[in-house]
Write a protein that binds this ligand. Structure first.
Ligand SMILES: Nc1ncnc2c1ncn2[C@@H]1O[C@H](COP(=O)(O)OP(=O)(O)O)[C@@H](O)[C@H]1O
Ligand SMILES: O=C(O)C1=C[C@@H](OP(=O)(O)O)[C@@H](O)[C@H](O)C1
Ligand SMILES: [Mg+2]
Length: 205
């Protein structure tokens, strides 16, 4: 009779688990932290992450929501302490979430500017990153009356376009998966695509 494969041996009872196979399986399934959503302001990162939590069983965590719950509204942080201070809070918050086993496999939306901080980019290495790509036409009505995003003052659409030009390459370089959100694509449709892509990236979830 041919020798049993490691899988057959492993499947035949705990006392006979092949230690080499067990190690290789656990390496394959090594924790990879949350799935990180990046992309420009008002692309729908937070909305999509929340939808995935509600309808696809993911845990949800949003960097800006954590910052607001601990430090107050973002526009006031910018006004009182400046952008640099906000970026430090943001990078600390992101490092905390990425390092927290509670958020393994969660969907993690981060602010549009987060990937521009070198410390955040370094910290994202090895994580699954999804870039939500969107055009100015789709975003314009969402940001026209902006009051909450200090980076979009004073002319929201012009600033949004200018900022995306500065960030686009960084988003593209970090992305494992790109989801197109242009044309007001339905959030349910994007969520299904993202869920499928995550399963593809991980083998399983
Ligand atoms: N696919 C979509 N269809 C319609 N409205 C959307 C869609 N995605 C986002 N929105 C709306 O756009 C606004 C910005 O979304 P948000 O999730 O806050 O973006 P981000 O976190 O990328 O800045 C919200 O009011 C949200 O309801
Ligand atoms: O792009 C940016 O610099 C910012 C994006 C915002 O988050 P959203 O991308 O979720 O709007 C928020 O972090 C802050 O206003 C700064
Ligand atoms: Mg957001």
């Amino acid at each position: 009779m041919p020798p049993k494969s490691p899988l057959e041996t492993a499947g035949s009872g705990d006392d006979r688990l092949d230690p080499v196979l067990v190690r290789s399986l656990s390496e394959h399934e090594a924790p990879r932290g949350p799935i990180v959503l990046i992309g420009p302001m008002a692309a729908g990162k937070s909305f999509l992450a929340l939808h995935l939590a509600k309808f696809h069983g993911y845990k949800f965590v949003d960097a800006d929501q954590l910052i607001v719950s601990r430090h107050g509204v973002i526009s006031e942080i910018f006004e009182t302490y400046g952008e640099r201070y906000f970026r430090d809070l943001e990078a600390d918050t992101i490092a905390e979430v990425l390092g927290d086993p509670e958020y393994e496999g969660a969907v993690f939306s981060v602010g549009g500017g987060a990937p521009m901080t070198p410390r955040v980019r370094e910290r994202l290495a090895g994580h699954r990153v999804v870039y939500l790509r969107i055009d100015a036409e789709t975003v314009a009505p969402r940001i026209a009356g902006n009051t909450s995003r200090p980076m979009l003052r004073p002319d929201p659409v012009a600033r949004w376009t200018e900022i995306l030009e500065q960030r686009r390459e960084t988003y593209e370089a970090l992305a494992d998966v790109v989801i197109d959100a242009s044309g007001d694509r339905s959030i349910a449709d994007m969520a299904r695509e993202l869920d499928g892509a995550v399963r593809g990236l991980t083998g399983d979830r």
